[in-house]
Design a protein around this ligand. Structure first.
Ligand SMILES: [Zn+2]
Length: 448
């Protein structure tokens, strides 16, 4: 267990954490301390705020504590993850054969999601899934559920507070078991937004399966109850042909030229809407997203080639997004993505982008996009997602790679950490402890 020291000199509410720490401060800067000291202020509710963080000797001097009296942790402490696009109801199909997006949805995903109409099934799965996500170090994010309100209710029973979840709205071009009537979809999004408020994400699945009326109801419910919205955009070329074909026959949309324009017409674009994927966008679409302040969740392990267990969709152009000043973060997209761990997502991001010649695709950047930038996409970044003074202690404890002397760069430590993993499967059991706001919420030792 991560061990906190009391203040040896007084009985104040300050606690001291001593041990190796790695933190992310920007896309280009992460910091590694072989021996760090974090001073934590415990609030009345037990939550821990960071009062100081840095080299152990310097911080100890500042707070006038005797370092030799503080127990030193041996594992590495680093920031916990935010995953801004995943489907908790697809955890069991993440390893199913993937040929292409539409085939995979029809063959495995839609039949799987249909099972969540059953409360008992949903309840068992929810308990297991939300324990599992904490065990990989993810403490918050934006999540899709199936269409069913009972599955959503079960998810909210188990998901920690920084997970925002929405039942998908689907009214067309999908099997009848997971199809709502337009009236049902409109009523559901409004009821759920009213019930769960800002933790509810209005989630029209994507334009091919969700009629304009349901998307408009989503926009209205989100505005009325202060919710985020999420959907999919430009994941594959076949999907784009499909959606444009469908909308060429829908009244009021015949003149639409691009996928993004469909969302624009129903007024879904905006700073509280997160679009998943965004791989295939033309210049006018990038501009629509940028001008509206819309945000993007990119899912590299899901978009990866089929031989790397992805759907083979392509690679998100993060340089273009940054040039257009569009906020973006990394996400697992379980079950399109094969592994829930953000370590696997980081590895996939660096590997694919380096192969594409993007030298700014470092582990430092990947970590920043899986932590602080995820919190930022959710408007939580004032005090979440970074190990920094004034922020809550949101962290994970992982084994430290061997031979990491003082002075080695954080990028080297991160790379060694990822290389320490013997297989992609092993990312699932890599984290020893997960800490939310200074409170331990998963410990491997306790489960073993
Ligand atoms: Zn998705």
């Amino acid at each position: 267990m991560f061990s906190l020291n009391n203040n040896p000199a007084s009985s104040s509410s300050l606690k001291f954490y001593r041990g190796p720490v790695l933190r992310s401060l920007s896309d280009d800067f992460s910091e590694y301390f072989q021996d760090a000291l974090i001073v934590i202020q415990k609030n009345g509710d037990g939550a821990g705020l960071i009062k100081a963080i840095g080299d152990a000797h310097k911080v100890a001097q500042e707070f006038k504590v005797d370092l030799s009296s503080l127990k030193k942790n041996t594992d590495l402490l680093m920031p916990a993850f935010f995953d801004t696009h995943f489907h908790w109801v697809q955890d069991d199909v993440r390893q199913m054969p993937k040929v292409s997006l539409i085939e995979w949805l029809e063959r495995y995903t839609f039949p799987e999601e249909a099972k969540y109409s059953d409360r008992k099934f949903s309840s068992i799965k929810a308990k297991r899934f939300w324990q599992r996500i904490l065990s990989v170090g993810t403490i918050g994010g934006l999540c899709y559920s199936s269409i069913h309100e009972i599955a959503l209710e079960e998810a909210f029973k188990h998901a920690p507070e920084d997970f925002y979840i929405g039942n998908v709205l689907m009214t067309m071009n999908c099997p009848k078991e997971i199809r709502q009537s337009t009236d049902q979809a409109c009523a559901s999004v409004d009821n759920c937004a009213k019930r769960y408020k800002s933790r509810y994400v209005c989630s029209p699945r994507f334009a091919p399966t969700t009629c304009p009326e349901a998307m408009q109801a989503s926009v209205a419910a989100a505005a009325r109850h202060g919710c985020f919205q999420q959907t999919h955009l430009g994941e594959t070329k076949k999907e784009i042909d499909w959606v444009l074909d469908i909308y060429s026959e829908i009244e009021g949309f015949q003149a639409v030229k691009t996928y993004t324009e469909i969302y624009e017409r129903v007024k879904m674009l905006g700073p509280k809407t997160i679009f998943g994927h965004c791989i295939y966008l033309d210049e006018s679409e990038w501009k629509l997203l940028a001008d509206s302040g819309s945000r993007i969740a990119s899912c590299p392990s899901s978009n990866a080639p089929i031989e790397r267990l992805g759907i083979g969709s392509g690679l998100f152009d993060y340089e273009k997004a940054e040039e257009m000043k569009i906020p973006w973060s990394l996400a697992s997209d379980i079950g399109g993505g094969p592994f829930l761990s953000m370590f696997d997502v980081m590895r996939s991001f660096v590997e694919q982008n380096k192969e594409a010649g993007r030298n700014t695709a470092t582990f430092t950047k990947a970590l920043h996009r899986c932590t602080y930038k995820g919190a930022e996409l959710m408007n939580l970044s004032a005090d979440r997602g970074m190990l920094k003074v004034g922020y809550y202690l949101d962290a994970i404890r992982v084994p430290i790679p061997p031979a990491m002397p003082a002075g080695v760069s954080a990028e080297t430590v991160l790379e060694a950490l990822i290389c320490l993993l013997p297989s992609r499967e092993s990312t699932d059991t890599f984290v020893n402890e997960t800490i939310i706001r200074g409170k331990s919420c998963f410990r491997k030792e306790a489960v073993a």
